[in-house]
Design a protein around this ligand. Structure first.
Ligand code: PLP
Length: 404
């Protein structure tokens, strides 16, 4: 079967696809229909935090699948209640609104912030976001996404959006003297914006400004959450207390699930009829979410992840020290790594292709930044395998260039 041409004929090309059909995933590896094996350092864009076919996930899938798949929001939904309780207990005192995706979590946050400003009556309006941010692709979320190629061809809803440079607290203070924004929304590590971590000091200063000015602090943890940076949520490295936390990607254990956690008083602005969706929270997604949480809340598991994170960064830094200026400063946090290459975008995609040939799947973002989003189950042997192939292919690439 020629899956590639059927794909081109019947599915719209909003994504550039690799010409590979996956037959099976197991642990940290994917197997294609030709039997070729790939170390998965992409995890479906930070979704499969426990790798593929994890026994806990498969058990939850079977157990919940045999009970019911969908019941709607008119019934009590035990898997979702349990997941919400655990998310709240490990973040901020409050409540959860569940969605099916990250973009819908952003939409829910926009509506909630807006409703809060009306009740607040202080004339607040608009949301501060960072330059190069990414918050999703529905219209409201696109408005908050400050990457021109994402928003330029589409209508922009009318609410105010203020763009701030990362780390620019002076800019935020100045802005607050001119206008009265309702909230600041940030990714603790900008993902598609180039794997740029915000400093802990910046997060703490923004949090203090939000308190002084009476603005809400919202964290987009859609990519950074669920253990990705070494803590359950990345804001927890900085010891700040957000008013809203947006989550999605890894939370459904591979199934669609997302949502917003907000303080009780804030979340209670949503009254029956204010917001909703047919599917979320899917009991099956929530059951898988609980399986993910079982693992992420296990101190043994966390210790293992910390070990491999330290090993991965050590190996990468050692390679950088060996190569001098071929690699720019590494970026990211935990299992979210950006390796900026000093090459052209064609060379970067050639390198990605060569890695794939050798059975290693990585992402490239902002044209020349190799992005790793490994499963939290990554092993030191996996790291060694990646380092070996990466160093060799990088040498081949830059060697070719010198000879040309
Ligand atoms: C992926 C992502 C989104 C959008 O999530 P979808 O599920 O694709 O709608 C929003 N914000 C961040 C930071 C993301 O990484």
């Amino acid at each position: 079967m020629d899956w590639r041409s059927l794909d081109e004929q019947y599915i719209v090309s909003t994504y550039k696809r690799l010409p590979i059909a996956i037959a099976k995933g197991e642990g940290n590896y994917l197997y294609d229909t030709n039997g070729k094996t790939y170390l998965d350092l992409f995890t479906g864009l930070a979704v499969n935090v426990l790798g593929h076919s994890h026994p806990r996930i498969l058990r939850a899938l079977r157990e919940q699948g045999e009970q019911f798949l969908h019941i709607s929001n008119v019934f009590l939904n035990q898997p979702a209640i349990r997941l919400a309780q655990r998310l709240v207990e490990h973040t901020i005192p409050g409540k959860v609104f569940f969605t099916n995706s990250g973009a819908e979590a952003t939409e829910a946050a926009i509506k909630l912030i807006h409703k809060w400003t009306k009740a607040d009556g202080a004339g607040r309006e608009g949301i501060v976001v960072l330059k190069n941010s990414f918050h999703g692709r529905t219209l409201g979320a696109v408005r908050l996404t400050r990457q021109a190629h994402v928003y330029q061809d589409f209508p922009q809803p009318a609410f105010s959006v203020y763009e701030l440079d990362a780390q620019d607290t002076a800019g935020l203070r100045e802005l607050c003297q001119k206008v009265k924004p309702a909230a600041v929304l940030m990714e603790p590590v900008l993902g598609s914006g180039g794997v740029v971590p915000l400093s802990e000091t910046f997060l703490q200063e923004v949090s203090a400004i939000c308190q002084e000015e009476g603005m809400l602090l919202a964290m987009d943890e859609i990519q950074t959450g669920m253990g990705r940076t070494g803590k359950l949520f990345a804001y927890q490295h900085a010891n700040v207390t957000p008013d809203l936390i947006l989550f999605a990607k890894g939370v459904g254990g591979g199934l669609p699930l997302g949502g917003v956690i907000a303080g009780t008083k804030l979340m209670n602005q949503f009254k029956p009829g204010d917001h909703g969706t047919t599917f979320a929270p899917s009991p099956l997604s929530a059951a898988l979410g609980n399986a993910v949480m079982d693992e992420l809340l296990d101190p043994e598991f966390v210790k293992g992840v910390d070990d491999v994170i330290a090993y991965l960064w050590n190996q990468l830094e050692a390679l950088r020290a060996r190569l001098g200026d071929q690699l720019q400063a590494l970026r990211g946090k935990g299992m979210m790594v950006g390796i900026p290459l000093s090459v052209s975008s064609e060379e970067a995609s050639h390198l990605q292709q060569q890695l794939l040939e050798e059975g290693i799947l990585v992402d490239v973002t902002q044209k020349t930044i190799v992005r790793l989003l490994p499963p939290l189950t990554l092993t030191k042997a996996d790291v060694d395998r990646f380092m070996d192939v990466f160093a060799r292919q990088l040498a081949a690439l830059t060697g070719t260039r010198e000879g040309a």
